[in-house]
Each structure stands twice: as structure tokens, then as C-alpha cells.
Design a protein around this ligand. Structure first.
Ligand SMILES: [Zn+2]
Length: 249
């Protein structure tokens, strides 16, 4: 049974068909890892906290700079110089003090133990971390919810290759290459805040579907491309790479 405070707090989502109290209980039991407390991590952590994901851990070693504030919406002017993960945790607790939420200032790398989590949010901004998250999530059979945004474009995908051998992983679709990749980070290429806000919101939308809804259609196996200039969202059906070094064995 949910207590009275939780029933009130989550009442507007619990009344949705296929959600119900059971869905809320499932959210409250879920352990989420959020890697990155920036443009994607801020909306992801705020919406995940508000929805009542009961256990959240946020990784980021960076400190808040003034140039982050056009998009990293939980961080405020008087937070400049603070660690991003610590600050985001404090802002999430103001929104929902009933959840358990922790920050980690360590580097997230392949030695990080993700076995205790149910769901991983990739809110990182570099390919190295995305490959590590993909490898660990596949190996430990976790749901990985990937987001990425640059300039006025965003990408979203749900990776479940460890849970279903027919589904592709991140590296099937974005194989490692020795060629220098095109500039794709916000520092060099630029980004507008609403694009990260939208993609981050969609990441939590998908997480709620995966954890709380009965009779839902998973978006795993597709890549969604958002274009902020035309407002188009393209849905691309993905195929598994039968020679993928991560998920084909
Ligand atoms: Zn793969």
C-alpha cells in the first residue's frame, strides 16, 4: 500500500490507465543510475525524482560553470563552482524529499559496479562513456536509456541487448572507428537548452513505460532523431550487427 502522502504526491499519474498503484510501487522500488548531471542529467534527475523513482545515484565529477546555465536547468547562478552531481541531488530533494538519492564525484569507468541498478540513464556527453555504459549494461543485463543532443538536434534510444539477444546495442549502431569523429560536443558545436530538456524528458517518459506501465510497447530496437528546426521526429528501425564485439557473442 502507498501511504497517504505518496498517494497524493503521485495521484495524477496513478490514475492513468495501465499505471495504477502497482506501477507506482514498481517505480518506488526501482534503482536508477544517472551518468552525467548536465544538460540531459538535469531534466532526467528532476523528472525521475518527481515521478517517484525511489532510489537514484548520480555520477558527475565536473563543477558548474556559467556557460552551463543555458541548459543545465537545475543549476543556478549561485551554484557556480559546486560539483554538479551534489548540486543536482540537493535540487531533486527539494522537489521530492521522500526518495533516496545520492551523488558520486568519482569518474564513471569500466570498473564501476552497476549490478545493483535496474535502469541506467546515459546522460553523458562523450563517446567513451557511452561505449562503457553500453558494454556494462549489456554484460549486466540492464535497460540503458540513451540520450544525446547537439545544436538543435537530439537522439534517443532504449538499449536492451542483454535482456533480448535479438535487439541491437549502441555499438551495433555506432561502431568504434579510428577516424576522428565530427565535432559533436556542446562545448565546441553548441546547444540550445530546450533540445536537452526535450530529450531528457523523453528519456524519463521511456523509463516510466519500461517500469510502471502494463501492456506497453517498448521503444527498444529503434532510434529516434529529433530536429528542432522542423520539429520532425524520425523513428528508425535498427538492426543488430551479427559481428558486434559487445553483443554478438
Ligand atoms: Zn551490439
Amino acid at each position: 500500500m502507498l501511504n497517504d502522502d505518496d498517494l497524493n504526491r503521485y495521484s495524477r499519474q496513478v490514475i492513468i490507465p495501465n499505471f495504477d498503484e502497482e506501477g507506482q510501487k514498481n517505480l518506488l522500488k526501482t534503482k536508477c543510475l544517472i551518468v552525467g548531471a548536465g544538460g540531459l542529467g538535469c531534466p532526467v534527475a528532476l523528472y525521475a525524482s518527481a515521478a517517484g523513482f525511489g532510489h537514484i545515484e548520480i555520477y558527475d565529477q565536473d563543477v558548474i560553470e556559467i556557460s552551463n546555465l543555458n541548459r543545465q536547468i537545475a543549476h543556478k547562478n549561485d551554484h557556480i563552482g559546486n560539483n554538479k552531481a551534489e548540486n543536482l541531488v540537493q535540487e531533486c530533494l527539494k522537489l521530492n524529499p521522500n526518495i533516496s538519492i545520492l551523488s558520486k564525484k568519482n569518474i564513471f569507468d569500466e570498473t564501476t559496479d552497476i549490478s545493483n541498478f535496474d535502469l541506467i540513464f546515459d546522460c553523458s556527453d562523450n563517446p567513451e562513456t557511452k561505449y562503457i555504459l553500453n558494454y556494462l549494461s549489456h554484460k549486466c543485463k540492464k535497460i540503458l536509456i540513451f540520450g544525446s543532443a547537439v545544436q538543435m538536434e537530439g537522439q534517443l534510444a532504449i538499449w536492451k541487448s542483454g535482456l533480448n539477444k535479438d535487439l541491437p546495442c549502441y555499438e551495433c549502431v555506432f561502431p568504434k572507428s579510428n577516424e576522428k569523429p565530427p565535432i559533436s560536443n556542446c562545448r565546441e558545436a553548441g546547444i540550445i537548452g530546450p533540445v536537452t530538456g526535450l530529450i531528457g524528458s523523453m528519456q524519463v517518459n521511456e523509463a516510466i513505460k519500461e517500469i510502471a506501465l502494463k501492456d506497453y510497447q517498448s521503444s527498444a530496437g529503434n532510434l529516434f532523431l529529433y530536429d528542432g528546426l522542423t520539429l520532425n521526429i524520425d523513428k528508425i528501425k535498427l538492426v543488430k550487427n551479427q559481428h558486434c564485439p559487445v553483443c554478438s557473442k
